[in-house]
Design a protein around this ligand. Sequence first.
Ligand code: Q9C
Ligand code: ZN
Length: 489
Amino acid sequence: NPACKIEVPERLVVSYGALVENGLADRCVSIPVREATDADILLVHSEEYLEAVKKTPYMTLEELKEFTLQYGDVYFHPNIYHCAKLALGATLQLVDNVMTGKVRNGLALVRPPGHHSMRSAASGFCIFNNVAIAAQYVKQKYGVKRVLIVDWDIHHGQGVQYSFEDDPSVLYFSWHRYEHQKFWPNLRESDFDVVGKEKGAGSTINVPWNKVKMQNSDYLSIFFHVLLPVAYEFSPDLVLVCAGFDSAIGDPEGEMCATPDIFAHLTHLLMNLAGGKLCAVLEGGYNLKSLAQSVCQTVHSLLGDPAPRPANLEGPCNSALESLQCVRSAHRKYWSCLKHFYISVLSQGCSDASGFIQAVLGLLLPLGYEYDPSLVLLVQTPGSGICDSVWQQLTGLLQGLAQGHILVAVNPCSFLHSVERTCIDPTCSSLLGDAAPSLGQLHAAPPEDVEAVENLRQRLKADWKLLQTTGEFMKATSLSYTNVTSTEL
Ligand code: Q9C
Ligand code: ZN
């Protein structure tokens, strides 16, 4: 199928080759692959579909073409059933090794990709839904309570969304090229107002990109103002990434302009969730050069290397701000972190973890990324009331700035304390690259300081573009956004 001529074996050859050339492959633990079993596949797919795919290795070319016709933008090579079992098996091997603590995190370099395949249908180069099955697998095998799936591929992983639309234990986030439904797979259900069903309402988060050429600032703004606040409130036990790199510059499908460096930051920003348990699984990425560089940036961060200074952060474009605003209002009723912007750092004396984290994500990180310092100086003052795990989250997140150049001045009392306890100081642990312990599910932050902090944000946002969450479009179309609260306006 000519629509599929970009999903080629060279994608893995160049990705792995770049890891070897940059000395990254040697620093990783290679995990042996296995073939997925029928039971694994049936965690998400139907028996009829599995039986049909099983027959493809024995079909003639004519029969394969005929079989393929019932699905969209996918092909069946006689070997693909075998490859799809290895892709899924590799994903599950990674998840097993992360869950049992044998490795800290990892990237599964696999093809065919998975996020478009549905219960009874192949789609968009995908046969079995590697990541959706991995989420079901960890819930069943390890009793994991909450899984976050971050789909940074440039296409909407509709297969993942359908698998979990009524399941509150799996939070699915996807951004995708949408262009008001003009872009493949052209689904109404990829829009921002589709949020999940029944008990799962609020646990599907769609960020449609209605223009091409989105840049680093657009991606970071969505992380700071949508994904990260919700992810910290959700408090996952495991983070799975549908790691498609067709969202990087030069990709013929995505046509976006984010640079490969951005994946170092996206990865870094997710690494303090779930105690650092993160499994990235390759999805798309069709510009071989951009793909290889993006894969290296992701692995650098997974290995704990400092991230490069983020390039050209000029603030989000208006179309991105419109999407951001729409997603936030669609989800305001499900996530307390979206009800207000920055909360409760002042009079509460930082004793409230959820308010503090919201302020860090919504105010401190956007300012820090835009300012682009060459050194971060973090001072712990006595009596700040910041508990160890919150302090570790802060120290971890700030290491994404200044290429990881950070100098921390700790409160001498807490230092003495930790020597007595003969356990490692939380600051040292974070500087050594350990993930911060999970904060647990965050409750709604107390509302007292909303007004004061909101005033501060209003004053700062004229000069700091990464603080903006509304754009020029609001002036022209504010009347049509009737569910936007006055706080937001
Ligand atoms: N211009 C993944 O990235 N459309 N799948 C192809 C050719 C299908 C993408 C149209 C794109 C599927 C995993
Ligand atoms: Zn894709």
